[in-house]
Structure formats: structure tokens, C-alpha cells
Ligand binder design. Structure first.
Ligand code: C2E
Ligand code: CA
Ligand code: CA
Length: 736
């Protein structure tokens, strides 16, 4: 049977059935055979014959790998091995492959044949290839990063933008470093490093022109790819070598007529393929940077002239920002709140495109007049971008007040005019952000912007108030909600326990259960994130029941040797569930824990409207003898006003943002006032987030009863907590 190897039918069948791509090319690189796996990978049913496909076309990233080392390797050893990428023509999805290529010489004047073998390595975890991450997740992450950068660009804080851009590029691409460099006026030899990830570079400058990758990129003003330092001939790689980089990409950041504004570069410590998708991601990033930079430059020029918007004569962005800063400073002094309303004209692009820029301008002027007329005296109405307006409202009494102010504005804009006096009815959507004691201007604008997008989602002409769930993009929410559902069943979640300590005696009175989720591929996820996801996707009930059951079971076992209580966090949303009380009662029966040992901390992460159902739930829990604590008091969501609405709380937990400011006199005064109020109502006060002895001392002086924080004990695993309780019980000498 040895002759089977001469049987072309047999060989052909072997080639066709191979699970790897097999391509045969002639000397000119034209592919004359591609097996079935290969056709399927690139999404074709047959090989095009006219014009014939080339090896370069077959491998999407040919310029990065196949062109460079491959011919060299072929001439030296007749063989080449390395990573490449194939683009599927039907789906546009790039597919990472490992490639082997070799030349088969043929005698008798027949041209040589180059054989290409390629193995799809998606899902394979070998040497740093990024296939572990699904392409689609990757795309979503990139889009999310670009969306975040675009939002930052809106704020006009260039330093923060550069910082986020380098972080996004290096984390998403998994490179060792990302840098942003800029020309130095009047210096031809060096360029300045203005942004970077990781440790600050030894020198704040890099060599210019063809003395470095970045210099060269700036000089030629186009994308420069260097897949292997040793093969580089266009520029000096001494700078790369000094950092230990083996490969890198430079992408110019478009500037004015005098050349690029700067260069965004990524660097890796190993030879690496930079895929077409990654390059286009980097170019999108530089596009966002370039637009933001141009905008800020323009702003500065405008600022030199005036603080007004010439079209509408409203305040411009610079002045709006000043007003926000002043308002926040005042609010911090007198404890009031500022509302930032970000208004965007609905479908303005359509007006502009269909009726022309003049009509667009007239519409903006009309909106401006109506906003100015409908806002309160003292509010600042500003135009901060094309069709975006920002209204700064001081002395706002809570979210509902802010919503009324927003309603007045949308109503004024949406109000129809007498027939024939305007070309188009207008409408606008508003995002609302309320300041807290620690809000910054950037934060508030970002929050208002996110809320505005949600307002637009809900429908035109309305408003939405920022909530923390807005921080998480819909895609991640969808993914996390799917995974969370599974995680609840698969034991990926666990509870940590953090002690709550009696300040006077130093004894642990209770343990607070804090949920943790170790996601199999995304790592540890912050509870503030997954609780928000759970709240938005209806999983909060399941999560809450799991936490309650686990914590109560644990507490029941601790109660055998100590009188320590357990505190479990409950989302305000769970209280709307009419069966919640029964579920709690069921857990207590099942675990044998007495009700007095259980405390529920109500965390208000979504606005809790005053409704009878919530009130009924709280009263029933209280009547069962369960302790109720209002969590995060002062954080902007939980408010002392709940004391009147729900007179069943027995405990206040003062938000860590206040404790962090202690012993600052203002924070101390606020704390004292809260403690006095609590005393008047017979409530227990817990200070949380205590990190320093000074903070603890101040809490003691103010008359605060209990404290919690890293100083007194970090969140611990159940076994650590059990040991801590057993030993502290011995010290106190008297377990109950
Ligand atoms: P929280 O209820 O206000 O919990 C206190 C948070 O402060 C915890 O964060 C805790 O680790 C952290 N912390 C404690 N001491 C200190 C300190 O000294 N300094 C600082 N900087 N932080 C300290 P964590 O565990 O990330 O939880 C965040 C929030 O997630 C919790 O805030 C709570 O609102 C929510 N959460 C956690 N577990 C659950 C749960 O099972 N159900 C619900 N609904 N929410 C939960
Ligand atoms: Ca809590
Ligand atoms: Ca809290």
C-alpha cells in the first residue's frame, strides 16, 4: 500500500478533510488551492479564479507578519512559523490563526509551490494570543471605551482624557505600555511624553524624527507598525530597546495644518500581531482625542473674547463651568444641593440637515429664549455645544423638585406655537444630576449626560434623573445579568463579614454580610455594580434571598458561642415584593435564628417612592422584632426625611463620605447634628468607613454609638470571621 502516497485522489481527500486551513500558492503568491476548512474560515464557497486571490488577501494582517519575516525566513530556512489573522468575508470577524509556511521546490523548471497551513486558535490559550476573549465581547468593550472617552471629551478636561485614552488602549489591547507624545515647539530633537500608563518613564521626552517610533510616526504622519524591533529599518529602535519593547504601533493624533497634534503609541515586550481591528480601534481613539483637542483650543479662543455664546447670547460652556464650581462651593458651605440639567434638542440633526443651518440656528435661538424664560431667576442657562444646553439650579430641595424644574423647561420647549409661526415643532430631553456633599463638576456633568441618554431612550421630550445603574453600559448589564443568574445557581457568590463595633466597649455587636462575586472571566465584580445590575434586571430578589439565607445560617451557628447579631443589606426594591415579609419569616424559621439577632440595612440605590406597600413591609418586619437600619445616610439617596415617613427605623448608618472628612469642623458639626437627632428619636447611630484613630475619636466625642471600618476590621471570609468572633468572645470573657 506504500503507493497510496502517490495517489493524488488520496492526497486530495486528505487535504480537503484536514481540520486546518491548507493553501497552496505559486511563486507570485497567487492561491491556486484552498481546502474546505480554509474556504469555510474565510466564508467562501469556492476559490475566486479571476482575479486569483493572493496570500496577502487571504491573511488580513499580511503587512504585519507575512510580508516581513516570512520571505526572509523562506530564503534562509525555507520555513516560517508565526501568528496571523484571517478575515471572514461574510461576517467581517477577524480570526486569529497560527501559521506555518514552507516552500516546496519543484524540478524541471516548474515553479516552486508555497504551502500555507493555518490553525484557527480561537479558544486556544497559547502564548499570549487574545483568543481567550470573545471577539464580540471585545467589540462591546471597545465601543464602551470609545463611548466613555467621547463623554470625557465633552467635559473638555484634556488631561483626564489623555489618561483615560492610554488606560483604555493598554487594557483593551493587553499591551505593556501606551504613551502619548507631542512635538515640543522650537525643539527638533525631542518630543514630550504627555500621557502614559504604568510607571512614569525615566525621561519626560523621547527622541524625535527617525530616532524613535513615535518621532517617526509624527514625521510621516501615518500609522507605523513595528512587529519586531530586530527587523526595523525605518527608525532607530534604541529607545524601544531601552524600555524593553519588542514591538509597537504609532498612530498620529490629527492636528491642524502644521502636522499631527501628537502620537498615540502602544508597545509590547514581545513580538506581536496588531490586528486590523486593533488598529482601527486606536484610530478611533485618536479621532476622539483630536476632536476634543480642537474643541478645547476653540474654547480657549472664545474665552479670550467673551463668556457668552454669540448665537444665543446665553452663557457659554466656560461660564457654565465656572457657575457650577461656584454653586458647588456654596452648596458645600450651606449644605444645600445643586441640580445640573443637561438638555439636548431632540432630532436636531434632522432639523439642521433638512432645513439647513440657518433654520437650525433659528431653532436654537428659539430654544434658548424659551429656556431663559422658563428657568428661575438666578439659574444659569448656558449653551455648551451644538444643540446642548446646561442649566445650573441652586438650592434644589431633592430630586422631585429638580424634576419639576426640568418639566417646566421641557414643557416650555415643547409648547406648540401658533400655526405657521414656526417651521417645526421642537422637543428636548433632559438628564438630571443632583449634587451630594462630595460631587465634582466633572462627575455631575457626566451623570447628567448619562441620564440624558436614558431620557432619550425612554422617549422624546422627557427627563430622567441619574442613578448609579446608568454608569454601566447596557451591554455589560446584559452580560452580567445573564451570568449573575447562572452564578446564583453555581456558587460563584459568597459573603464576607465585617464587624460592627461598640465604640464604648470595643466589643463586636454584629457582623455585616457583604456580597462578593468572582466572575469566571471578568474577575471580582464590585457589589455596587452587580447589585445595580440585579436591580435593573429583576434579579435582586434572588440575590437578596440568597444573601439572607446564607447570612442567617452563618449567624445561627455563631450564636452558639456568642451573642453577635447579623446585618444583611436589602435593596429598596426588595421591599416592593409583597412576599418579602413571608420570605424573611421563612428564613428565620429555617435557620432557627431569633428575629432580634437580624438587622436589615436598607440601601436606597434607586429612588424609593413613598408608597403604602413599602411602608407596610417595613412595619411588618419591625413588628416581627427585626432591626431596621437606614444605610448610607447623607449619600444623597437615603434621607433623614424617611424618619417621618417610616418611623420604624431603629438605626442610622452615616455614609463613609462624611466620616472620611472627620475631624474637619463642618463634617463634625453635621455628625453631631445627626447624632442629636438620632438621640431625640431614640435611634442608634453607626459611623461607617472608619479608617483612622482620629475619625474614631471624633465619632466617640460626637456621641456616636457604633462604628465600622477598616480600622476596626476589614470584611472577612466566614472562617476568618468565626475565628475573630471566637477570640474576641474569650477576651470579653462572657459569651451570651
Ligand atoms: P454598604 O452597605 O454601605 O457597605 C459598606 C461598604 O463600605 C462595603 O463595600 C465595605 O467593604 C466598605 N467599607 C467598610 N469599611 C470601610 C473603610 O474603612 N473604608 C472604605 N473605603 N470602605 C469601607 P462593599 O463590600 O464593596 O459593598 C458596597 C455596597 O454594595 C454596600 O454598601 C451595599 O450597599 C451593597 N451590597 C453589598 N452586599 C449586598 C447584598 O448582599 N445585598 C444588597 N442589596 N446590597 C449589597
Ligand atoms: Ca450596609
Ligand atoms: Ca453604607
Amino acid at each position: 500500500m506504500r503507493d497510496v502516497l502517490d495517489d493524488t485522489d488520496v492526497l486530495r481527500a486528505v487535504l480537503d478533510e484536514s481540520p486546518d486551513l491548507i493553501a497552496l500558492a505559486d511563486d507570485g503568491g497567487r492561491v491556486f488551492y484552498l481546502n474546505r476548512t480554509g474556504l469555510a474560515l474565510i466564508g467562501l464557497t469556492g476559490l475566486p479564479s479571476d482575479p486569483a486571490m493572493t496570500i496577502d488577501e487571504l491573511f488580513g494582517c499580511a503587512h504585519a507578519t507575512v510580508d516581513g519575516p516570512c520571505p526572509l525566513a523562506h530564503s534562509a530556512t525555507g520555513r516560517w512559523h508565526g501568528p496571523a489573522e484571517i478575515e471572514n468575508v461574510a461576517t467581517d470577524v477577524p480570526i486569529p490563526v497560527r501559521t506555518t509556511s514552507f516552500v516546496v521546490p519543484r524540478s524541471g523548471g516548474r515553479g516552486n509551490v508555497t504551502v500555507w497551513l493555518a490553525r484557527d486558535v480561537r479558544g486556544a490559550h497559547d502564548d499570549g494570543w487574545q483568543s481567550a476573549v470573545e471577539t464580540s465581547t471585545y467589540r462591546a468593550a471597545e465601543q464602551q471605551a470609545i463611548a466613555n472617552l467621547s463623554r470625557l471629551a465633552l467635559d473638555g478636561d484634556i488631561d483626564q482624557l489623555l489618561d483615560s485614552a492610554t488606560t483604555a488602549a493598554s487594557t483593551l489591547m493587553g499591551v505593556d505600555r501606551c504613551m502619548i507624545t507631542r512635538p515640543i515647539a522650537g525643539d527638533d530633537d525631542e518630543i514630550a511624553v504627555v500621557g502614559f500608563t504604568g510607571q512614569p518613564p525615566r525621561l519626560p521626552t523621547m527622541p524625535a524624527r527617525d530616532k524613535s517610533l513615535m518621532g517617526y510616526t509624527m514625521m510621516v504622519d501615518e500609522v507605523v507598525l513595528c512587529y519586531d524591533r530586530d527587523e526595523e529599518t525605518r527608525f532607530s529602535t534604541a529607545a524601544m530597546a531601552s524600555f524593553g519593547f519588542r514591538s509597537g504601533v504609532g498612530v498620529p493624533i490629527p492636528g491642524g495644518e502644521s502636522g499631527p497634534w501628537g502620537v498615540l503609541s502602544v508597545h509590547s515586550n514581545h513580538n506581536r500581531v496588531y490586528s486590523a481591528r486593533e488598529l482601527s480601534f486606536l484610530q478611533t481613539v485618536t479621532g476622539v482625542l483630536s476632536a476634543a483637542i480642537r474643541r478645547v483650543d476653540l474654547d480657549e479662543q472664545l474665552h479670550a473674547r467673551s463668556l457668552r455664546d454669540p448665537l444665543t447670547n446665553l452663557a457659554n460652556r466656560t461660564q457654565a463651568y465656572q457657575r457650577i464650581d461656584e454653586a458647588l462651593a456654596r452648596a458645600r458651605d450651606d449644605g444645600s444641593s445643586v441640580a445640573i440639567l443637561l438638555l439636548d434638542v431632540d432630532d436636531f440633526k434632522i432639523i439642521n440637515d433638512s432645513l439647513g443651518h440657518e433654520a437650525g440656528d433659528r431653532a436654537l435661538v428659539r430654544v434658548a429664549h424659551r429656556l431663559a424664560a422658563a428657568s428661575r431667576d438666578g439659574d444659569t442657562v448656558a449653551r455648551i455645544g451644538g444643540d446642548e444646553f446646561l442649566i445650573v439650579c441652586e438650592d434644589v430641595d431633592g430630586i422631585e423638585h429638580a424634576q419639576r424644574l426640568a418639566d417646566n423647561l421641557t414643557f416650555a420647549v415643547n409648547r406648540p406655537q401658533p400655526l405657521g409661526t414656526e417651521p417645526l415643532p421642537l422637543s428636548a430631553s433632559i438628564g438630571i444630576a443632583m449634587s451630594t456633599a462630595t460631587s465634582t463638576r466633572q462627575e455631575l456633568i457626566h451623570q447628567a449626560d448619562l441620564a440624558m441618554y436614558r431620557a432619550k431612550d425612554i422617549g422624546h421630550g422627557g427627563s430622567a434623573v441619574f442613578d448609579h445603574g446608568d454608569l454601566y453600559d447596557a451591554d455589560r448589564t446584559r452580560r452580567l445579568s445573564v451570568d449573575l443568574r447562572a452564578a446564583l445557581g453555581e456558587g460563584e457568590l459568597n459573603l464576607l463579614y465585617q464587624p460592627i463595633v461598640d465604640i464604648a466597649t470595643g466589643r463586636v455587636v454584629a457582623m455585616e454580610a457583604l456580597a462578593r462575586w468572582r466572575h469566571p472571566s471578568l474577575g471580582v465584580i464590585d457589589p455596587t455594580e452587580f447589585v445595580a445590575v440585579a436591580e435593573r434586571t429583576g434579579l435582586v430578589g434572588g440575590l437578596g434571598e440568597w444573601a439572607l439565607r446564607t447570612a442567617c445560617l452563618q449567624a445561627a451557628s455563631w450564636r452558639r458561642f456568642t451573642d453577635v447579631g447579623i446585618r444583611v443589606n436589602v435593596s429598596a426594591m426588595q421591599l416592593r415584593d409583597t412576599a418579602f415579609v413571608d420570605k424573611v419569616a421563612g428564613v428565620l424559621r429555617w435557620t432557627g435564628l431569633e428575629p432580634a439577632a437580624l438587622g436589615l440595612e436598607i440601601t436606597e440605590t434607586v429612588s424609593l417612592s413613598d408608597n403604602d406597600r413599602v411602608s407596610g413591609t417595613l412595619t411588618a418586619l419591625h413588628d416581627m422584632g427585626i432591626g431596621l437600619a437606614l444605610d448610607d445616610l447623607g449619600s444623597g439617596y437615603s434621607s433623614i426625611a424617611y424618619l417621618n415617613r417610616y418611623p420604624v427605623f431603629e438605626c442610622f448608618k452615616i455614609d463613609k463620605s462624611y466620616i472620611a472628612d472627620l475631624p474637619d469642623p463642618r463634617a463634625t458639626a453635621i455628625l453631631t447634628a445627626i447624632v442629636m437627632l438620632a438621640r431625640a428619636f431614640g435611634l442608634v447611630v453607626v459611623g461607617e468607613g472608619v479608617e483612622t484613630p482620629e475619625q474614631l475619636a471624633t465619632l466617640r466625642e460626637c456621641g456616636c454609638d457604633l462604628a465600622q471600618g477598616f480600622l476596626l476590621g476589614r470584611p472577612m471570609t466566614e472562617s476568618q470571621a468565626t475565628i475573630a468572633l471566637a477570640t474576641s468572645g474569650e477576651q470579653a470573657g462572657a459569651p451570651a
